[in-house]
Design a protein around this ligand. Structure first.
Ligand SMILES: NC(=O)N[C@@H](CC(=O)O)C(=O)O
Ligand SMILES: [Zn+2]
Ligand SMILES: [Zn+2]
Length: 346
């Protein structure tokens, strides 16, 4: 029996579009379904100034196929040299939505990130004053900390001290992967939210490592134990407005992933909405999907909801997705959930 669900058009509150040929290849995959996305600034070199964000936004809009509508929400990459006045001006003009904090070395293209958190205090204070959200990649980079513990340690060592020192700072914990992340958000107020990815609702660390190493399931923060995946599912489907979708769809060409030192990132833009419908259906929470994908994010970012809608239908037989999308630089594998999917975007 065909089931159908119409929701306010979704937004993606954490997305990597890259640049050049990759941007050209992946942008339609997102714009087909999503009205807006928070565009991650970890290009090489990173998007650091308002002027760089304006130029990147123009390149994104130039790559948008005719007939598609999509609003890229630009983000500045926080460095120890970021000028609080440039950030405030870029925000006031409407050009830039948020600032992204990467601990130096934490993830793909994060070499220009922050080493000494005291150095960015003036920027964070300015952001608290003007109500501009800070997006955070929440992992410590200390060699002594096990990679599976890096999110929990970040919360204690970095995030909580920053929030205490900067009252009023509005923070999005990006791509949370642990029950520690879920609990930290739940214990705090409206100035704190978190994005959850599609893939972290689907895979745990066994999926990466059992039966052979699966490079396409490797991303950062790395997927954790099953109990954490279940905590993320519970948070996403709970209706708690502090949790919203950030796919962290992060394309790399297959040659860079299927390598002796494979890049981190899962490319989920193509099938994210169908996979989320599957997950929410499985959790008997289809009525919570719209909040997670289309309402909680705009509420946190203090933006209007999209005016248009998206319809998902559940078919009688499994739906096929492309295995790969083509890019001039090489093919990019689409995230394969490992189960049959019956949902599709109408
Ligand atoms: N998530 C990832 O595994 N990779 C992202 C970076 C990030 O979001 O940390 C990327 O840019 O490839
Ligand atoms: Zn990240
Ligand atoms: Zn990311």
């Amino acid at each position: 029996m065909t089931k159908s669900l119409t929701i306010t058009r979704p937004d993606d509150w954490h997305l990597h579009l890259r640049d050049g040929a990759m941007l050209q290849a992946v942008l339609p995959e997102t714009a087909r379904h999503f009205g807006r996305a928070i565009i991650m600034p970890n290009l090489v070199p990173p998007v650091v100034t308002g002027a760089q964000a304006a130029a990147y936004r123009d390149r994104i809009l130039a790559a948008l196929p005719d007939g598609m509508t999509f609003d890229p929400l630009m983000v500045l990459y926080l460095t120890e040299d970021t000028d609080p006045a440039d950030v405030a001006a870029a925000h006031a003009s409407g050009l830039v939505t948020s600032v992204k904090l990467y601990p130096a070395g934490a993830t793909t293209n994060s070499a220009s990130g922050v080493k000494d958190f005291d150095k960015v205090r003036p920027v964070l204070e300015k952001m608290a004053e003007i109500g501009m959200p800070l997006c955070v990649h929440g992992e410590v980079t200390d060699d002594a900390v096990d990679i599976f513990d890096r999110e929990a340690v970040f919360i204690d060592r970095v995030l909580d001290p920053i929030r205490r020192a900067t009252p009023g700072l509005r923070v999005v914990m990006e791509h949370i992967t642990t029950s520690d992340g879920v609990d930290y958000v739940k214990a705090h107020d409206q100035d704190l939210g978190a994005t959850i990815t599609t893939h972290h609702l689907i895979i745990n660390r066994n999926h990466i490592l059992v039966g052979g190493i699966k490079p396409h399931y490797y991303c950062l923060p790395v997927a954790k134990r099953e109990e954490h995946r279940l905590a993320l599912r519970a948070a996403a489907t709970s209706g708690d407005t502090r949790f919203f979708l950030g796919t962290d769809s992060a394309p790399h060409v297959d040659a860079a992933k299927e390598s002796g030192c494979g890049c981190a990132g899962c490319f989920t833009a193509t099938n994210t909405m169908a996979l989320l419908a599957h997950v929410f259906d499985e959790e008997d929470a289809l009525d919570k999907l719209e909040g997670f994908t289309s309402k909680n994010g705009p509420a946190f970012y203090r933006l209007p909801e999209n005016q248009d809608t998206l319809t998902l239908t559940k078919q009688d037989s499994p739906v096929k997705f492309p295995y790969k999308i083509e890019c001039e630089d090489g093919p990019v594998s689409v995230f394969e959930p490992g189960f049959r999917v019956y949902w599709t975007v109408a």
